[in-house]
Write a protein that binds this ligand. Sequence first.
Ligand SMILES: Nc1ncnc2c1ncn2[C@@H]1O[C@H](COP(=O)(O)OP(=O)(O)OP(=O)(O)O)[C@@H](O)[C@H]1O
Ligand SMILES: [Mg+2]
Length: 381
Amino acid sequence: MKILSLELNNFRNYKRVNVDFDDGLNVLYGKNASGKTNMLESIYLCSIFHSPRTVKDKEMVLIGENKATVSLTLKTKYKKQTINLQIDDKGKKKVLVDNIPLNRAGELFGVLGVVFFSPDEMKLVKESPQERRRFMDVGLSQQQRSYFYSLQRYNKTLKQKNNLLKEWSKSRNIDDMLDVWDACLAKEGAVIMSKRIAYIDTLNDAASRFHNAISSEKESLKLSYESSLVFDNENIKKTNTEEIEKKLYESIVSARAKDKEIGYSTVGPHRDDIKIEINGKDSRKFASQGQQRTVALALKLGEVIIYKNEIGEAPVLLLDDVLSELDIDRQKLLLDMTNGFQTVITCTEFNLDCEYNGIYVMDGTAKNNKRNEYFMSALTD
Ligand SMILES: Nc1ncnc2c1ncn2[C@@H]1O[C@H](COP(=O)(O)OP(=O)(O)OP(=O)(O)O)[C@@H](O)[C@H]1O
Ligand SMILES: [Mg+2]
């Protein structure tokens, strides 16, 4: 799928802006704090319904205004579509696809597929397991709405169970109630786990190929799903959903006494992780800055390939500020790898000799243009 155009009104530092995109490489360039990341954020929002930067949606409304809108047109192999999104100053969001309001956020998944990479994404490698779970959850939800709905049901039940463990651990009939929650957690949890296990298995192939190329074949990357259940790791890939459900239920029940003691649920996919090894070493502990960047990039590029294989169309690749960290050879290598995908990249300067659609961003304005032409028209306006 490809983005054709984007219109923003009162979004972040944009009063009103309208830009067009090409099928290949699109370069948003301009000075610091001009609005480049804001524009990528608005595209991400049309795909995932959440900002990659903030949980406070009202922050996306231009200060002093009461409503922001984002309108994006896209084409797939078969049709053109429009996404219209509104955020009010209380942070309430509404979204329409082809002018039809969506009732559930999950219905937006799959309309516009994106993979987003920013320097912040390096925390994927070294920070808490939560970041890596989010990576799997966003990737899988985009491919399968049913995954997102399972995750929603699991999280809702987990929250209710944790409240119960915290508030009522001494109550006499807590076990009857826990039996009901635990069966539900095991059922949804097993779906989540089996899909994640398959996802990481496929991602391992795709990401390690990219990693190998980016690291000039000096390093080898290995990914595996790390579960809070005790599986021996070779077996984990061969275990089917029913077996996982059984095992998960048993483990949740055997942790019950401890969970009541500490007041929250300690077993399940909400505690799982991705193990990332470079040349056999756990990169969550040992990766250098450069290695973290390479791994994070390889995971994201791998995500693009899996999405494309699964859905039959490539997602749009959003790359925020990745070039500044790379030398010219690596910049070229990266852009070679994005060949064939629609890519939107931000940078302050773009000096590579290749074909691209330039979008010049300046203080909350943006214009499809070559830099010099824009300067000229800015001077003569
Ligand atoms: N709700 C808002 N209303 C008005 N301005 C905002 C709002 N949110 C953010 N901004 C402004 O947007 C600007 C930052 O934009 P953005 O992060 O897109 O910059 P950038 O071009 O990506 O810069 P850099 O090159 O430094 O990454 C800042 O000046 C910030 O104050
Ligand atoms: Mg930025």
